[in-house]
Design a protein around this ligand. Structure first.
Ligand code: MG
Length: 390
């Protein structure tokens, strides 16, 4: 190939949430391009964490609690790897000197590590959309003040980010945020009354963790992504149009003032956006399947049904309110999804729980970190008590 060798700029990452879907695919990318891993963290998958630690030889690992801490410490006792524990451990890892902190933990627990990394000016590759949704301007302000940088991993936001590469100062007129529609596209509320956990977990296009797969089935994921896009690209919620695109080939698009629309296309493989976040601004070869438009043949576009998928309507309402409202819908949803996954509530109750929590939990216009964390607790408690029978 002409003897031109691209030298990778990225040298070392800290990976928070290494045993989940994004985490393991991030390690695939590290393996492909010999990217060093300084630290790994897992919630409770200690066995996989040990395997990863033996392969990537990080300086640190971190786990959720005391029980996992003792377990992994014993397993790694023949190594020099330092073992940390809990949220404080995660925040310590987030501040280690490195080129990029990848935050792929699931849920609100990602907020403080993101703030910790931002406060020391790190480049953060963000897969944890919940913290940007709930943390809002706390996160974006902290990033701006400390000259930190966010690179999106979420496929849609990576697509928008890529559409803006080379856009200069040109203003975004509109973002076309694409949605697969999930497993229940075209269904009515009565169709969804007796949906099982297994049906909700069967996503047509993407292989992902349980929380985000349920969020895709309720369209809450698209609601969270809309809020995430408002934060990341500094647009008004009305500038974002959700387009149901069943094939997941167009990962999102940006319309400019002259009416030109730039879209990013590719196969539905998270390793493409993950790798770009790690090697940006370089593009390197990736093992993901190449896109063939002839194989796809047809691309379709539909409007989202907010009457059936009430989570999406609630998320839109929350970002219009801003303040702690996005945190309310996010935290209520986390609790409701946990209840649904343990067969305590029905599928349609998730939207009910999110909508009611937004109506009932007190609104705070300019929340600080304490307000955000107490809103989280209030919303979770509300859902567990009212819907989970706790
Ligand atoms: Mg996405």
């Amino acid at each position: 190939m002409g003897g031109f060798v691209k030298e990778i700029v990225m040298k070392e990452i800290v990976l928070l949430g290494s045993t989940g879907s994004i985490g393991t695919q991030t390690l695939d990318v590290c393996r492909t391009h010999s990217i060093k891993v300084k630290a790994l963290s897992a919630n409770s998958s200690v066995e996989l964490l040990e395997k990863q630690a033996r392969e990537f030889k990080p300086e640190y690992v971190c786990v959720r609690d005391e029980r996992c801490f003792l377990d992994i410490k014993t397993r790694l006792s023949d190594t020099d790897i330092k073992v940390l524990c809990g949220l404080d451990g995660l925040c310590e890892l987030a501040q280690l000197p490195c080129d990029t902190v990848v935050n792929s933990v699931v849920g609100m627990v990602g907020l403080r590590p993101t703030l910790a990394a931002a406060s020391v000016g790190r480049t953060i590759a963000l897969a944890n959309k919940e913290t940007l949704v709930a943390g809002g301007s706390l996160v974006t302000e902290c990033i701006r003040k400390n000259n930190a940088r966010l690179l999106p991993i979420d496929s849609e936001h990576s697509a928008i980010f890529q559409c803006l590469m080379g856009a200069g100062d040109n203003r975004i007129e509109k973002i076309l945020l694409t949605a697969s529609g999930g497993p229940f596209f075209g269904k009515t509320r009565s169709d969804l009354e007796n949906v099982t956990r297994e049906q909700a977990l069967a996503h047509p296009n993407w292989s992902m963790g349980a929380k985000i797969t349920i969020d895709s089935a309720t369209l809450m994921n698209k609601g969270l992504e809309l809020i995430e896009a408002v934060r990341l690209f500094d647009v008004r919620p009305e500038q974002i149009e959700i387009v149901v695109h069943r094939q997941s080939i167009i990962h999102s698009a940006v319309e400019f003032e002259d009416g030109a629309v730039i879209a990013q296309l590719g196969s539905a493989d998270m390793r493409i956006p993950i790798q770009l976040a790690l090697t940006y601004p370089q593009r390197l070869p990736c093992p993901a399947k190449k896109l063939s438009l002839f194989d796809v043949a047809t691309l379709t576009f539909d409007r989202a049904d907010e009457d059936t998928f009430t989570c999406l309507a609630a998320a839109k309402k929350a970002i219009a309110m801003d303040g702690n409202a996005p945190c309310i819908v996010n935290s209520a949803n986390e609790a409701a999804v946990a209840l649904f996954l343990s067969d305590k509530i029905r599928f349609l109750d998730i939207g009910e729980a999110v909508t009611q929590a937004l109506a009932d939990i007190p609104y705070i216009a300019s929340p600080d970190l304490e307000d955000i964390l107490s809103t989280q607790r209030a919303a979770e408690e509300y859902v567990y008590t009212k819907f989970g029978g706790h």
